[in-house]
Design a protein around this ligand. Sequence first.
Ligand code: ZN
Length: 396
Amino acid sequence: MSKRPYYTDSYTSSFNARIVETTENNGIILDQTYFYPTSGGQPHDTGTINGIAVVDVTVRETDGEVVHWLKNGVEGDEITAVIHWPRRIDHMQQHTGQHILSQAFIQTVNAGTGSFHLSDETVTIDLNVANLSRQQLAKAEKLANQIVFENRAISTRFVTLDEAKTLPLRKIPPVRDGRLRLVEIDSFDLNACGGTHVERTGSVGLIKIVKSERQAGQIRIEFRCGYRALADYDEKNRILSDLSTTLTTSYETVPASVEKLRVENKENGRLLKKLKIDLLRYEADEMVKNGRPLGSSTLITRVFEDKAGGDLRTLGIQLSKHDRVIALLGSIAGNKTQLLFSRHADAVGDMNQLLRAAFQKIRGGGGGSPTLAQGGGGKMDKTAVEQAIAHAIEQL
Ligand SMILES: [Zn+2]
């Protein structure tokens, strides 16, 4: 079994080793490795071996060996490996931060951690609790950061399973060779874990909870530690700063400014709707003046090239309020064609039947009542729509 000295030394980032086995697809096993393989919720390290990229590091299920998957094959037996440090230290910060935050949730609100997930984008823990208030989150976050600022020592040691059972561990994971690796944060947390951690809590940097949400009867906490917390602060500060520039206000008054805009926007929307109806009523009045007589009724036809379906309907309804008016309207807006047929209660004709007659000439469909019918189809040629309306008029 190859040695894993990262268990006792998480800070070595380059080392020499000997290849003891080569597998298919450019996998190699070394006599010792500082590369962390994906396990326990922590993703694998990346880096190079003899200058060749290490794209994945996994634990072989059959015997627990660490397999390094290289981009290309490697020559010879002796290798020099370099771990990509920015990725590793990020994982160490998030992972150690998780130990601290999990213990902080136990001590402040008695909420145990069910699972932990770390990826390039997010870090989360699922707490075995149904609800957490904003105050409870703040309390746990404050204790976690206090532990960081006290810069407590973090140590690791191996114990037997029997010894482990006598210790106040958060939980005991499956044991492979009768030994468990313990990670202890001085006078705060003791946990069985095979991951990589920083040496003192201060190196975790700020621990910031950014989100909490209910997830299948648990609470999922998303948080950021160290450089990730800094990047998060930087981004949010930039967004707030841009917003205060756009709104020409200080950042403290951005929420009030946005609320004011929201209320104004709602009021403007209401006003716009009213003005639109007024305008369509005025447009209807003008159209009635240019209507042509058809028996005892007045016929109005028009195909618009810019009216949305809702506006066409409002216009048709306004027209139908005029004495004995029959309005046969069309509109081609965007990739839609609309027909709206309406009439005054005392005018003649069944609008529903006329609409169906029109749709014999163009592709589409719709329906309604004898006094109001509406329908539509895809984008059409204006002449075709005019001809469909002319065909409907013939039925009158
Ligand atoms: Zn750990």
